[in-house]
Design a protein around this ligand. Sequence first.
Ligand SMILES: [Fe+2]
Length: 412
Amino acid sequence: MEHALQVEILKELMGQLDAGKNIDAGVQYRMPTTSYICPEIAAKERESFFRNHPQLIGLSGDLPKPGSYLTMNDFGIPILATRDKSGEFHAFLNACRHRSVQVASESRGQKSVFMCPFHSWSYANTGDLINIPDEDHFGAIDKSCHGLIELPAVERDGLLWVHPSVDGKLDVDELLGEELAAEFASYDITRHQFVGEKTIEMELNWKFANDTFGETYHFGKLHKDTLGRLYYGNNLHLKEFGRHHRFVTANRGIDALRNMPEEEWNISQGTFVLYHLFPNVQFLVDKNTATLIRIYPDAENPGRSVTRISFYYTPEVIAAVEAEQSAGGKVEDVYDYEGRQGVIGGIEASMEVFYSTVEREDYLMGEMQQRAAQTGMLKEILFGRNEPALHHFHQNYREALGQPALQPVEPA
Ligand SMILES: [Fe+2]
């Protein structure tokens, strides 16, 4: 992110903190709870946003070298993603051309040849069918026409994109827009290495999960003993990029910047920067670290979802964390803000802190919201003037699904 923009955002947040005023959209909305419980809406979402929509499946660091692969089954079709020996990224339907069994079953690893467990047909990581056992018994087929089914796949500025349909349109420039694409390019995300992942499967609609990342109003309340010790809450800089947005909020490190010359200000010392990529991705990123949060609906039940959280650090940060840990850093230190929150105490410990806050605090709220919505008695919930990222997401969502826009609440 350009330095002038970092300064502008930091000043805006300092101003909000000084004035004791959160961001103000000037409008409130009522949101129908049917959106979180209705099976017909859920089926439409899966079709529009998951089965037929470009998917960000990970970062370049998830496929760190030639022969790396990933599998997933989160958005309706089984995917095998690979990096071939020339370094090129591919995505395939994870299904053998003989009798359609998955050719890779581990979630990630190193492998250049994938052998189907059923009859041992083998495929290269370019998708080429390379061996059919007992071929003389099976009978001749043209191997060149029976490679793995390849899907549109693009690796751009450290992000791995896939379209789950063979003839799906995957235009990353159009999807992100020039401004957001340039901002992502500025983070050098190709340098971020995968260090671990956590999965949360809970009884809440995927949008309730998504919504917990959409305001800072709750930081000092729900998270008062955890994240609230690091972040002020009740302050937000929001920038929309089409259906996506950037969400920046101050941590307590912002105070140290006030005594420093502006040329030395660094946004990641005083805030966290989170991008919402429509519809289901939350992406926290700076030049040193990244956390990718992908939220998926359950295929059967609108009241369930799966959240995959992947963590990445640059090699320099990994080395620094390991040195810190061998010097005796503890998990408790994660909350002693020194401009390095989230990594002190070791990689495992900092992943645990992040994941457990989401699971035990935010998503616990989401499960209660879900239960109340499912009674059918609570027809609507409210989004306040201080929750504009939620307005943005839900208005986009409704437009994309062909639903009428939310109407502003009449001022009291
Ligand atoms: Fe939260």
